[in-house]
Ligand binder design. Structure first.
Ligand SMILES: CC(C)(COP(=O)(O)OP(=O)(O)OC[C@H]1O[C@@H](n2cnc3c(N)ncnc32)[C@H](O)[C@@H]1OP(=O)(O)O)[C@@H](O)C(=O)NCCC(=O)NCCS
Length: 281
């Protein structure tokens, strides 16, 4: 198996490889052109006897940190150690670039076994909690970028928020970039209109960019009445924006699980889980 950069001409083959992934709903076909054109990351194809049998990408997301993403091996070539060998080469590359950590997000528990056996540590595992849209006026407040520093310190210090922060291990499990939830991230997301607050700023939700059918919260902090008000507010917001409802990624040990239930959220067991792993180099 050899690795080389993915080229625009590989498009059809890569689409073929991803056809059976996530029941045909793989995001890779949508991002293929942007990934090929991105000079800042390594989008690589694995070749066996001149044929592309897999792809992967290593992308810097923060100083010293890269995200490993887009690992796919053709169904015809699985269980032959190809993914393992691709991953090892990506990790070597990250090391040679002087990076200090590789992170990844996956919805595939089986792939998690591969990462764990290559030394990645599980950072957080989140389930999907979902609720339908609901009519209501009490919309959650949007945080402004100027509030980021205060929110970041409250997340670490205020007992009602610190428990949730710890359950996420301090990272935002967004598949697009698993970043530390710090003042820098909060400032950027607030600038993009993606931070929602509960009463008194004692509950917080980070939203995914461009919701498809549901409002998606990747990180939810707080507990008690404040969290309940915020999560109910997200259902109202979904209604106002013509979305089907809300889906929130929540770790098992989150202190606000009972509050989510109180305001109509259910554990969507059939939607799988989100696993975040990290490897310190
Ligand atoms: C996950 C995937 C990349 C694995 O590719 P692969 O080349 O078959 O993987 P490998 O042969 O290198 O196997 C590596 C390890 O993964 C685990 N694994 C892979 N497929 C497995 C399966 N079907 N059942 C159980 N374990 C499996 C095993 O731990 C395996 O190690 P082992 O063979 O020593 O037991 C491939 O199945 C795939 O493309 N799936 C769809 C896309 C996807 O889920 N990508 C991961 C998202 S990050």
């Amino acid at each position: 198996m050899t690795l080389r950069p993915v080229r625009p001409a590989d498009r059809d083959r890569v689409l073929e490889i991803t056809r059976d992934v996530w029941e045909g709903r793989d995001y890779l076909p949508e991002v293929f052109d942007a990934w090929v054109a991105d000079p800042g990351s390594a989008f690589q194809a694995a070749e066996v006897e001149g044929e592309v049998v897999g792809v992967q990408r290593l992308r810097p997301i923060a100083p010293g940190i890269a995200l490993y993403e887009g690992l796919r091996v053709a169904a015809t070539h699985r269980r032959r150690g190809i993914a393992r060998s691709m991953l090892r080469q990506a990790v070597e590359q990250a090391r040679s670039l002087g990076l200090r950590q590789v992170r990844l997000y996956t919805g595939n528990e089986v792939a998690g076994r591969l990462f764990a056996s290559e030394g990645f540590r599980p950072v957080t595992v989140c389930a999907v909690w979902s609720a339908g849209r609901m009519e209501g006026d009490d919309l959650p407040r949007l945080a402004g970028p100027g509030e980021a520093a205060a929110l970041a310190s409250r997340l670490r210090q205020e007992p009602s928020m610190a428990g949730s922060f710890e359950a996420y291990r301090g990272v935002n499990p967004d598949w697009n970039a698993v970043l530390d939830v710090d003042a820098t991230l909060l400032e950027r997301l607030a600038g993009e209109g993606r931070v929602r607050l509960g009463p008194g700023g004692r509950a917080l939700a980070l939203l995914r960019a461009e919701p498809r059918s549901r409002l998606a919260a990747t990180f939810v902090a707080g507990s008690g009445a404040g969290l309940q008000e915020l999560m109910a507010g997200l259902r109202f917001e979904a209604d106002g924006r013509g979305l089907r409802g809300v889906a929130a990624l929540v770790p098992e040990r989150h202190p606000g699980i009972e509050d989510l239930r109180q305001v109509g959220y259910d554990l969507a067991d059939d939607e799988g889980r989100a696993y975040v792993y990290a490897l310190d180099l």
